[in-house]
Ligand binder design. Structure first.
Ligand code: DQA
Length: 146
């Protein structure tokens, strides 16, 4: 199984960015953690981060046919991007939405997700473990699909 992990704006700053909310691990630390977990489950995990909405849209479009699932932390674009929602729906990609923080326990503008309707489900609030849980969600979803 092949899973693409997409990360949106400012997630390149993890480790230094509001550690009381997002934790002290860098994105590279998280990628290493996910890769190790993925290897144990025979999953090929690929990672991409961008601060640019269009680049994320292109990645979603290109993932169709190349990856079984997309695990997406769209960061702030979660709350604003109709383009990302349309890309997930339009490309017919199976996507899992994830967030490090509990977006429902924060500012009210974080409660709305533009992409949620296009995703299988959403995991949020577990810090770096949200990425592992996102991967687990793909593994379990694929098993239940068979
Ligand atoms: C985030 C939550 C978003 O609201 C925020 O804009 C982010 C990170 C998270 O992982 O908790 O940049 O997606």
């Amino acid at each position: 199984m092949k899973v693409l992990f997409l990360n949106g704006p400012n997630l390149n700053l993890l480790g230094q960015r509001e550690p009381e909310i997002y934790g002290s691990l860098t994105l590279t630390d998280i990628e290493d953690m996910v890769r190790e977990h993925a290897n144990r489950h025979n999953v090929e995990a690929t990672f991409f981060q961008s601060n640019h909405e269009g680049e994320l849209v292109t990645q979603v479009q290109q993932s169709a046919g190349s990856y079984d699932y997309v695990v997406i932390n769209a960061a702030a674009y979660t709350h604003t991007s109709i383009a990302l929602k349309d890309a997930i729906t339009g490309a017919g990609v199976k996507a899992v939405e994830i967030h490090l923080s509990n977006v429902h326990a924060r500012e009210s503008y974080r409660e709305n997700s533009m992409i949620a309707k296009a995703c299988i489900g959403c995991i949020n609030g577990f810090g770096a473990s949200s990425y592992i849980l996102g991967l687990e969600a793909c593994i379990l979803h694929q098993k239940s699909d068979r």
